[in-house]
Write a protein that binds this ligand. Sequence first.
Ligand SMILES: Nc1nc2c(ncn2[C@@H]2O[C@H](COP(=O)(O)OP(=O)(O)OP(=O)(O)O)[C@@H](O)[C@H]2O)c(=O)[nH]1
Ligand SMILES: [Mg+2]
Length: 322
Amino acid sequence: MFKFLKKKLKKIEEKAERSEEEKVIEGKKEVVKLKEEEKEEKRALFGLSEEKIEELLWDLEIALLESDVALEAVEYIKEYVKKSLSGSSRKDAKSRVEDALRNAISELLKKAEKDFFETVEEFEKPVVIMFVGVNGSGKTTAIAKLAYSLKKKGYGVVVAAGDTFRPGAIEQLERHAERINFKLIKHPPGSDPAAVAYDAIEHAKARHKDFVLIDTAGRMQTNINLMEEMRKIKRVASPHLIIFVGDALTGNDAIEQAKKFNEVVGIDGVILTKVDADAKGGASISIAYAIKKPLFFIGIGQGYEDQIPFKAEWMLSRIFGS
Ligand SMILES: Nc1nc2c(ncn2[C@@H]2O[C@H](COP(=O)(O)OP(=O)(O)OP(=O)(O)O)[C@@H](O)[C@H]2O)c(=O)[nH]1
Ligand SMILES: [Mg+2]
């Protein structure tokens, strides 16, 4: 997980250390070989020059962009690091840069935290949640995983098989329903997804179920008809929450999709899937910040237990841990 990003950030920290040594040597006007203790002492006396900080920030920007971090988040991290490094700390450059980077990303990630279960507590039952996203992003799997954890907490769950478009979509949910034991409301393939959602909500009301999870067909954000259909489902179901499900592996594209879905239908939060397979980490770091919506869960595998509430600390330790 995040191998690419980790390597890039390590390189920046190491470069900060090297450039600091070069500066010390240049400062003596002649290239001399300093003894280790001497180096240590000199390092403590010099801060990073403006020029070196600019160079570092440039390298950082490139590294973050290459890791698919969204522009908005790159700016935030750069500003934060710049401010931290302009201070008068006399610690050596490498650990100062490391601290600045870690704190910057930590602050950014903390903004994405919001407890899903606390959020839904506030709503009247049945709580209706609609899931949207492009084809194959992991919507149906995310719904099954969430149904699993809600059932485990003792809630009654109804799922609406709102993907009436893709062959096999209803069967996929039937298999989950059998294993997890939730009620599945389905209509024949090709029927109106808004009607399926409506029936699922009516069923939940009649049986005093706690949650209705509405699956929808994958759609490209550029397909006007399908985006319009999504609006219709929203109108009919009036969901308490609309959750965008994005695939971490698609990096910046996931962020662009989230923005577009937010424009068209309005989203309240994000589930980012396939984080387990993602080397770059850009979407994980920046999707919530870029669209100013919470990242409720991340998918870290294909099993029902592999969807965990997003925690900044957890992700930080994956990015900066050994
Ligand atoms: N490794 C990994 N694979 C995942 C994760 N979440 C989903 N997948 C896989 O991604 C593939 C697509 O998942 P689906 O849930 O069918 O995606 P979808 O968005 O419903 O797809 P459509 O209905 O076609 O739009 C499946 O093979 C899932 O097992 C995850 O967190 N990690
Ligand atoms: Mg699906």
